[in-house]
Design a protein around this ligand. Structure first.
Ligand SMILES: Cc1ncc(COP(=O)(O)O)c(C=O)c1O
Length: 393
């Protein structure tokens, strides 16, 4: 579908913008970088903070363990994961760091990623590999990406007898693609290769069934598309209580045998911190349930799809994947003319008040657009108008 002749988009979003806390008159198309937290969830977060301050010892020493267990149970039910395989971590970067430092790589080992991985995750593996004299290899996944076979074959071309772990995104950062990870996980298990999935963008944007998915390790952010407050993420370890994951920060629980789970002993207490973001995850799940999130997500995808076509009509540049919710959900990437990139970057936010990433990657220019429940067809029109103006001579 293209933009309608009069410039209007046909999407019918639920207009939840009054539930968020944005400044007036901006277009926020970058939920992918930093998600926004809806009012009721933010209020729940502040209630937890007040609750803690009423009696810190009572809250932290006597109640917190049970409260975290309840929050973890809700998250587990939401993500199709047994709660004893889940721990809260502050963010996905932290989650990948824990796994990378725990794997005990040997000299000559290889860790395989793709050329679509997140920069900080690349650095994490480079660091871990450097420390252990191992090698981090990123295999190219060419675009357009049109089939699961194309993906699996391209990735598997990077596997060697030294491949110790495969670390890939569920939804990629620079290209917003939903990678078909299940066949990779299955094949890796047969080959005895550990799988580490960076699901930073997945919770909230696609349905998860982590036990069924079968990855060894999976980290996901609640503070992006699930709309929890910042600092709420999880790390899943398939081995559950017997997990060999080691904490980045050693604290009281380490080696204590206290809870009957190595995972919980190592991760449920890593020094004093504010646990309110973790405890607000159930409120985020409730918010999405109460607002019929499958319908919100479908409406966001429909608007994303229309906007994607409209951008292609303006630029005449090829899409990076088929127009399907199998390949992208609420976030998509479109090609831009490279010679206009600087002009776009210099104007979209300062002049048009449109917050959206525009960047160069391998000699091509792209924009990544995130559509969330607060965006409206009017936002898409504003972007299309700005783009048309900025691409004009
Ligand atoms: C694919 C991917 N992985 C990891 C991260 C890191 O997330 P966080 O900053 O919450 O650790 C991001 C952030 O945008 C990302 O896009």
């Amino acid at each position: 579908m293209s933009a309608l002749p009069n410039g209007a988009f046909s999407g019918s979003l639920p207009f939840l913008s009054d539930q968020f806390l944005f400044d007036e008159d901006i277009v926020y198309f970058n939920h992918g970088s930093f998600g926004a937290c809806p009012r009721p969830v933010f209020e729940a977060y502040q209630r937890w903070q007040r609750e803690l301050e009423r009696q810190p010892v009572e809250f932290i020493q006597r109640r917190l363990e049970d409260l975290l267990a309840e929050a973890r149970a809700r998250l587990g039910a939401y993500a199709g994961a047994s709660p004893d395989r889940l721990v809260f971590v502050p963010n996905a970067t932290y989650g990948v760091n824990v796994v990378a430092r725990s794997l005990k790589l040997q000299p000559g080992d290889e860790v395989l990623g793709t050329n679509h991985e997140y920069g900080a995750v690349n650095n994490t593996w480079r660091y871990a590999c450097q420390v252990h004299d191992a090698r981090y290899v990123t295999t190219p996944i060419d675009m357009p990406l049109n089939s699961a076979d194309q993906f699996v074959d391209a990735l598997w071309a990077g596997v060697t007898e030294r491949t110790r772990a495969i670390s890939i995104s569920h939804i990629t950062s620079p290209t917003a693609l939903i990678f078909p990870i299940k066949p990779v996980i299955d094949r890796a298990r047969e080959a005895g290769i550990t799988t580490v999935i960076d699901g930073a963008h997945a919770p909230g944007q696609i349905d998860l069934a982590l036990d069924e998915l079968g990855a060894d390790y999976y980290t996901g952010n609640a503070h992006k598309w699930l709309c929890a407050p910042k600092g709420a993420a999880f790390l899943y370890s398939a081995a559950g209580p017997e997990s060999l994951l080691e904490p980045l920060v050693v604290s009281h629980g380490w080696n204590s045998g206290r809870s009957g789970s190595r995972l919980f002993d190592n991760f449920s207490w890593t020094g004093t911190m504010d646990p309110s973001a973790y405890l607000s995850v159930p409120a985020a799940i409730d918010f999405q349930t109460e607002n019929d999130w499958p319908a919100v997500r479908a409406a966001c995808h429909a608007l994303a799809s229309e906007l994607r076509s409209a951008i292609q009509d303006i630029t005449g540049l090829e899409p990076i994947c088929p127009d399907s919710a199998e390949w992208y959900s609420q976030m998509f990437v479109a090609r831009l003319p490279l010679d206009r990139l600087e002009r776009l970057r210099d104007n979209l936010w300062p002049r048009y008040r449109i917050e959206v990433p525009a960047f160069e990657r391998d000699g091509e220019a792209f924009t990544r657009i995130s559509i969330q429940a607060y965006n409206s067809p009017r936002d898409a029109e504003r972007f299309v108008d700005a783009l048309s103006e900025l691409l004009r001579d």
